[in-house]
Ligand binder design. Structure first.
Ligand code: FMN
Length: 182
């Protein structure tokens, strides 16, 4: 099984990056992380019939198309989805890689609510794109700084590790029911 992960934070010391790496360590699936930081701003003029997709766009589309499931891990910015992540999703609307694709959405934030606005918005956008949003794979992780050992930069909180593990299991189960080989 192949999982492609996408982080909504470009920050080098991103807490969501830590969550993403931990989640991928918890799965037995073959995992890769797609680069969205070098995508151009979405412009329908670059995406119409006969247009050749810019190289970073083509790479993102392949990374999602080749995956049996996609895991999105993101912060919340101003009660919304970070622009860099929404931009990436906009490039995937008309090309269709998300159609019926099992997808989990994890948001992590220092606030207790764990980025629940961004989580809900991402799920709505992905459903509109006819992705197969796996509710049991979606998670809001609040108080994220308290769950990471600041020395090692690793998640040490057992409850968080348990929730992430359950999310990944739900995502893998949805992907195997969708017909991929485990
Ligand atoms: C522009 C900006 C807007 C933010 N807005 C929110 C917000 O609406 N809700 C929230 O919980 N945290 C918000 N935060 C705090 C982020 O959750 C926090 O910086 C988090 O660590 C960012 O994720 P990262 O560590 O993965 O980069 C915001 C941070 C920035 C930089």
């Amino acid at each position: 099984m192949k999982i492609t992960a996408i982080s909504g934070s470009l920050r080098a010391r991103s807490a969501n990056g830590t969550v993403l790496r931990t989640a991928l360590e918890l799965t037995g699936a073959e995992a890769r992380t797609a680069d969205i930081g070098s995508l151009p701003h979405f412009n329908p003029d670059l995406d119409g019939e006969g247009a050749v997709a810019p190289a970073p766009v083509a790479a993102l589309r392949s990374a999602v198309a080749e995956a049996d499931a996609v895991l999105i891990v993101s912060p919340e910015y101003a009660h919304g989805v970070p622009g860099v992540l929404k931009n990436a999703l906009d490039w995937l609307v008309s090309s269709g890689e998300f159609i019926d694709k099992p997808v989990g959405v994890v948001t992590a934030s220092p606030s207790p609510s764990g980025g629940d606005f961004a989580n809900a918005q991402l799920r709505e956008t992905l459903r509109m794109m006819t992705g197969a949003v796996v509710d049991d794979a979606c998670l809001c992780i609040g108080l994220i700084a308290t769950r990471i050992d600041q020395g090692t930069g690793r998640i040490v909180d057992e409850a968080t590790l348990g929730s992430l593990s359950a999310s990944l299991k739900a995502l893998e189960s949805a992907a195997s029911q969708a017909g991929c080989e485990v």
